[in-house]
Design a protein around this ligand. Sequence first.
Ligand code: DC
Length: 225
Amino acid sequence: MSIYSVAVDGPSGAGKSTLSKAVARELGIVYVDTGAIYRTIGYYIFREGIDPKDAGAVVAALPLIHVDMCYSEDGLQHMLLNGEDVTEQIRLPEISMYASAVSAIPPVRDYLLEMQRDMARRSSVIMDGRDIGTVVLPDAQVKIFLTADVEVRARRRTAELELRGTPKPFEQVLEEMKQRDWADSHRDAAPLQEAEDAIRVDTTDMDFQQSKEAIMQVIRRRTQL
Ligand code: DC
């Protein structure tokens, strides 16, 4: 198989990015974090003081937003907003809700669609997000729906925030995660949905190594790698 795509979808905190990154390294393919692209738009909207739920105002801002992606030598995906590297800023906790809100606006999704497809045309990718197997890459050779119980996801996110030096109480993380799950799966535009031909991997009772192996097995089975 020359160029192939692995689509990884699922709710926030399921471990998509950490696992996809590790799998990409093992397979020598490119990891594309599509959430980071929505976060970049969300960050611009936040910085300009625009209400992210005001679809008209967000759409009016789109022509002023130029998003680019590049990779450093260690394989880290950098996000450029009008030429400025905002890789760190987009991870600020308050940007999550902005990203979620702008991602529900159809013209925002259309604006980013070609950019994502283009990445998959250029090289083999493992791309994670919410609608990769259903909308962005419906012909992906491998589709994985990665999930875990919301309490387990919230616990993992709480630990991650603490590690980053931006701690938050577990109860608050859990509440915000439930809200974001609801918003991401009930919006009209490309809601989080399991593709019919996706393989479900539930990591509730798995550690990192077991989850990675489960994903590798699905990929091997589907691609005969
Ligand atoms: O994966 P993440 O938490 O970085 O994503 C941020 C938000 O972007 C998330 O709440 C939903 C949205 N998103 C999306 O709508 N479609 C994608 N393919 C990726 C993310």
